[in-house]
Write a protein that binds this ligand. Structure first.
Ligand code: UTP
Length: 325
């Protein structure tokens, strides 16, 4: 007789939602006509890293939530026949493969947010496409190093615990007001905590912990029904954090529980100028093709810089974790 697992059977996660409808005001004027998710990080737009991460974790159905002026995001993942013909005629097989592979990464879908009323509102726009399945949300300006399998660990946590799974990173307590912060309890699994509540951008001294929510979520579809009646919160926006806070307080059968993977890997925020610059430099240094030459130039350049003191906003934030959402 086959041995039965004591784990409940849970619906597998197949779909990823990538909200990319924000206005990107921290990056103006670059983002006036170019979506911030399309800004190049070395030689790929930021959003390509995110879609590659989803596909790498087995999520081959990707819904982009876009808005006005975001057509470039749609075009980037579409076939480009004219370009492919030119590259083929030139015999430039490497670049041809790069361009073609992009349109085969995942089955891409698009929905428009209408008005950028907040991340929670953007996620709610995915309801018809996602249906009653659990799904992942990956923020288009938050990059996780491909060597760190965060999303895969989150999917495994969803299989084990059900409900929703967040990703948390530990930040300097002086920086918690920039993030959504989680109240947590230990579990018997190393690196996984139970989330008992969330506060979006807590006032100084009021953060429940120094665990900050980062831009990866695996969500139970119960979140849609909560978002539907979530009133605008901080900044007049419908906050995803507020809806997840409600799920965190629920009994397991009603859309809870909420767990989180504590992430200690490499993360790059591309949503504001200073952290974007750091992301480009860090990723360029690690590239096998560009890295050696770039690193040696960077060493020489650093020596020409006056003084060694960092401005306080840079010094206070760990290199790959500065972000606000
Ligand atoms: P951010 O707050 O970082 O994006 O949202 P933003 O609003 O574009 O940035 P600033 O503050 O004006 O510079 C995180 C993610 O959620 C998406 C954004 O596109 C980004 O990927 N988002 C945000 C939406 O899709 N819709 C929204 O209404 C808000």
């Amino acid at each position: 007789m086959p041995v039965r697992s004591s784990l409940p059977v849970r619906t597998a996660v197949r779909k990823a939602v990538v909200p990319a409808a924000g206005l990107g005001t921290r990056f103006l004027p670059a983002t006036k006509a170019t979506p911030k998710e399309m800004l190049p990080v070395v030689d790929k737009p930021a959003i390509q890293y995110v879609v590659e991460e989803a596909a790498g974790a087995g999520l081959d159905d990707v819904l982009m939530v876009t808005g006005r002026g975001k057509r470039a995001v749609e075009d980037h993942f579409d076939r480009a026949h004219e370009l492919e013909e030119v590259l083929a005629a030139k015999g430039d097989d490497d670049r041809l493969a790069t361009v073609r592979d992009l349109s085969r990464l995942a089955r891409m879908h698009h929905v428009r947010q209408g008005a950028p009323l907040g991340l929670g509102h953007a996620v709610l726009r995915a309801r018809d496409h996602v249906g009653r399945e659990p799904f992942a949300v990956l923020l288009g300006d938050d990059l996780i190093d491909p060597r760190d399998a965060l999303l895969t660990d989150m999917l495994a946590a969803r299989t084990r615990f059900g409900g929703s799974v967040l990703a948390l990173t530990e930040v300097d307590p002086a920086q918690t007001h920039l993030y959504g912060c989680a109240a947590v309890e230990r579990t018997d699994e190393d690196g996984i905590v139970r989330v008992t509540g969330l506060v979006e951008k807590p006032a100084p001294g009021e953060a429940p912990s120094s665990y900050a929510v980062i831009g990866r979520y695996v969500l139970d579809p119960a979140v849609f029904e909560v978002l539907e009646r979530t009133a605008p919160g901080r900044g007049g926006e419908i906050q995803l954090t507020d809806a997840i806070h409600e799920l965190a307080g629920r009994a397991d059968a009603a859309g809870g529980p909420v767990h989180a993977v504590v992430f200690r890997g490499r993360r790059y925020d591309t949503g504001d100028r200073a952290s974007y610059l750091r992301a480009v430099v860090q990723l360029a240094c690690g590239r096998p093709d560009l890295g050696p030459g770039f690193r040696s130039w960077l060493r020489g350049f650093a020596e020409t810089l006056p003084g060694t003191e960092l401005p306080t906003d840079v010094a206070a934030v760990p290199a790959a974790t500065a972000a606000t959402h």
